[in-house]
Write a protein that binds this ligand. Structure first.
Ligand code: HEM
Length: 464
């Protein structure tokens, strides 16, 4: 076998509780299964139906229900697909890199039911519900999300803020990310109360934009950057830079606080060019944090990396993700500087462009790529199915093409307002959904195969 680390986020040697730390393994498979079920049955399905409804001029495509379903798509993807995946992996990895056992682990089984119920209620009630039932469902959904966020935060803080934790910069990312989750859930609750009190069809768009930004950058990207910053250098051989890594986490946190704070100020109080410029500085800080993450990962320059021959192809997911993160940094800096000069905020198209570069190019790419590299089912799969390189290349190509297709009409902005702009978006949805379905099938197949009698012996023979 190679010298590739099978789980690169190994336990901290010499940490007082290292042996104890791995005694409990969080049920990461259930988190992955819940994440993929919400993605395939909800978020990605809507990502295809929404543009088709506009391109084909279906009746609901021009009404308020379309907007309500956009909001459902956003929540299902951010909290369901990305969130549950990130939570499952971080619960599994935390004891390994902090050397601490998971704190408050009795809370772990509450997370999936709380979050899945919250998202299902919201996705059904907002577009389809009416009257008191809708109100109760929406409030229950928002409360459940907040309860899930608080439980998750308690686990993270209890584990990583312990004085014997060796989490380092990753701890900064995770603690900030848990604050981002709770802040997003709190904003969500405030908006749901506004929907119920005002009998509104959807959450007010500008407030929703601030909330979605906090959830995406303050929670998801914080965790992705934290895991990536820890795991990817173990593959690329990039030197550890603890001060710069901590600084990148704090810069991302400051960027999120400034942009979301400015947006909220402008919607709840009064719009002004000063507030807008504060928001633009927030955007520029996020661009800086992304550029630093790319540099710290070492993923984009040639090096004598430690990736085993069998994983070299899968590592191109990770390289692609960091290339898209760099693209997001450049786009954000460009839009941020232009808006700063004008005394305005980046417009809806610009925010949509950056958002989807980050969610398809970075998040989806990392979910699939890092799983292939570090999730045990996929490590075993390399022995069972060694000849899958063409399939992996096809998945990498599909996700890269999808990111570009989704970006294209958003970058065109007001120059492309006809309904044809939704065709490349629908094509992007088909490609991304296809990749996620193949990925889910591979996961289930490997899980089933590895439970068959004789699998353990076969693996040992191969390892020898
Ligand atoms: C190829 C896949 C995807 C397609 C085709 C797609 C499509 C769309 C469309 C058409 C919109 C509405 C934009 C508008 O208002 O004009 C939207 C919004 C959004 N998307 Fe996606 N999307 C995809 C993937 C994702 C992923 C993976 C995530 C997150 C992990 C995501 C998160 C969001 C969010 C947060 C919004 C804004 C929701 C809101 O305003 O509340 N999308 N997407």
């Amino acid at each position: 076998m190679s010298n590739e680390p099978s789980i690169p986020l190994t336990e901290v040697r010499g940490a007082p509780h290292a042996a104890h730390a791995s005694a409990y393994d969080a049920p990461y498979r259930r988190f992955i299964a819940a994440s993929l079920a919400l993605a395939i049955g909800g978020g990605f399905m809507l990502s295809l139906l929404l543009p088709l409804a506009r391109a084909e001029k279906w009746a609901w495509g021009s009404g308020i229900r379309w907007q309500a379903l956009v909001q459902a798509h956003g929540q299902l993807q951010l909290i369901g697909f990305g969130g549950l995946f990130v939570m499952g992996m971080s619960l599994r990895l935390m004891p390994r890199f902090s050397g601490r056992p998971l704190a408050f682990r009795t809370l772990v089984p509450t997370l999936i039911p709380a979050i899945v119920t919250s998202l299902v209620l919201r996705s059904i009630a907002e577009p389809w519900g009416s009257g008191a039932t809708r109100d109760v469902a929406l409030i229950a959904s928002a409360v459940l999300l907040l309860v899930g966020g608080i439980a998750f935060t308690a686990i993270i803080w209890g584990t990583l803020l312990h004085r014997e934790s060796r989490a380092g910069a990753t701890g900064y990312y995770f603690v900030l990310g848990s604050i981002g989750f709770c802040a997003g859930a709190m904003l969500n609750l405030l908006q749901v109360i506004e929907i119920v009190r005002g009998d509104l069809a959807i959450a007010p768009v500008s407030k929703e934009t601030a909330q979605v930004f906090v959830q995406q950058y303050g929670f998801l990207l914080m965790f992705i950057s934290g895991v990536g910053g820890r795991a990817v250098p173990t593959f690329t051989g990039a030197p550890s830079r603890p001060v710069a890594s901590r600084a990148a986490a704090l810069i991302l946190g400051a960027g999120v606080a400034l942009f979301a704070g400015a947006m909220l100020w402008m919607t709840y109080r009064s719009p002004s060019s000063t507030a807008a410029r504060v928001g633009d500085i927030g955007q520029l800080l996020t661009a800086l944090a992304f550029a630093m993450s790319v540099w710290l990962s070492g993923a984009l320059w040639p090096s004598k990396n430690r990736v085993a021959a069998a994983s070299q192809t899968a590592f191109w997911f990770v390289r692609s993700a960091y290339a898209w993160m760099l693209a997001a940094a450049v786009l954000t800096a460009w839009y941020g500087v232009r808006a700063f000069v004008d005394g305005s905020l980046p417009d809806t198209f610009e925010l949509d462009a950056i958002r989807h570069v980050l969610t398809i190019g970075v998040l989806t790419m990392m979910v699939v790529g890092m799983s292939l590299l570090i999730v045990p089912e996929f490590a075993g799969r390399r022995l069972q199915h060694p000849d899958e390189r063409i399939l992996i290349w096809a998945m990498i190509a599909a996700l890269n093409i999808a990111s570009a297709l989704r970006l294209w009409p958003a970058v065109e902005g007001i120059n492309w307002l006809t309904s044809t702009r939704y065709w490349p978006i629908a094509a992007a949805a088909s490609l991304t959904s296809g990749v996620v379905i193949v990925f889910a099938t591979m996961f289930v197949q490997s899980y089933v195969e590895q439970r068959k009698p004789g699998w353990g012996a076969a693996r040992s023979r191969n390892a020898a």
